[in-house]
Design a protein around this ligand. Structure first.
Ligand code: R5P
Length: 262
């Protein structure tokens, strides 16, 4: 791994504990103006001080994020699908590596759709992106997408996805939490972070999810809806951060949440 690539990974995963609290706000790339992300600038700005890295598309980065920020950017570079289209898995690469570099990103991210009709093309997208990333020192985060089939979130399927992503050269993998999550981590030789998935019933549920994931080896979160669809997004992000970086228990994190609510 070259110095630049390692340095960029260290900007995302804290060298102190190897963990990250990444804020995912890329949902519009196929969901459009999803609830609470209708005005991305309004959603993102108050969260930036508590975010280790920001995952988003180039359109939102250019138009809704100040160029004075000091938060590393993980740029989504796959797409070509929509929630009302024929197939969510039909993704291609949407941003050149040159433009990602112009945008001064710390990493690029794309989705893998294993077990779908477009499995082959999304795996080749990853391989191509890793080749380009290695050339310029840009790490690649592979996202193990499940499309509309949320029931695919089991250890057998997600281990398969994460391992294939790592074998293709991804430098980190984002997946979902599931029972026996530690098996995914053990069989994936690169850092694994979890997505939050659709908003859970309570903040406590989301804090438990983050806690269980890091206890079982996740190197942090790349979480979106369970942060910014909360009535108290800043408090929620601070609480998740306490779990990921400060070894907070769920109870302690809930105290952080309650005391940070405005
Ligand atoms: C899918 O829209 C994106 O990859 C999201 O970044 C990912 O699902 C994480 O966001 P959430 O925690 O809302 O699932």
């Amino acid at each position: 791994m070259n110095w630049g690539l390692k340095n960029r990974l260290n900007r995302i995963f804290s060298p102190k504990d190897g963990r990250t609290v990444m804020l995912a706000v890329d949902h519009g790339y196929f969901l459009g103006p999803v609830s609470k992300l209708e005005d991305p600038r309004k959603t993102i700005e108050p969260l930036l001080p508590y975010t280790d890295a920001l995952m988003l598309t180039r359109g939102v980065l250019r138009n809704c994020v100040s160029d004075a920020i000091d938060v590393p950017v993980v740029l989504r570079v796959s797409g070509g699908n929509s929630i009302v289209g024929e197939s969510l898995s039909n993704e291609g690469l949407t941003v050149s590596m040159e433009d990602a570099i112009r945008l001064n990103v710390a990493a690029v991210a794309l989705s893998l759709y294993i077990g779908t009709e477009h499995e082959h093309q999304t795996i080749l997208n990853l391989a191509k992106l890793v080749d380009e990333g290695e050339k310029y020192g840009i790490p690649v985060l592979a996202v193990t997408a499940v499309g509309k089939e949320l029931d695919k979130r089991d250890v057998k399927y997600l281990s398969l996805c994460c391992r294939i992503a790592a074998e293709m050269g991804a430098h980190a993998v984002k997946t979902y939490y599931c029972d026996n999550f530690e098996k995914i981590v053990k069989s994936c030789p690169v850092p694994v972070v979890i997505a939050g998935g659709p908003k859970l019933n309570t903040e406590l549920d989301a804090l438990k999810l983050a806690y269980d994931a890091v206890q079982r080896g996740a190197r942090g979160v790349d979480m979106g809806r369970n942060i910014w669809q909360s009535k108290h997004p800043v408090a929620m992000l601070k609480a998740v951060k306490a779990i990921v970086h400060d070894k907070a228990t769920v109870k302690k994190a809930q105290q952080v949440f309650n005391s940070s609510k405005k």
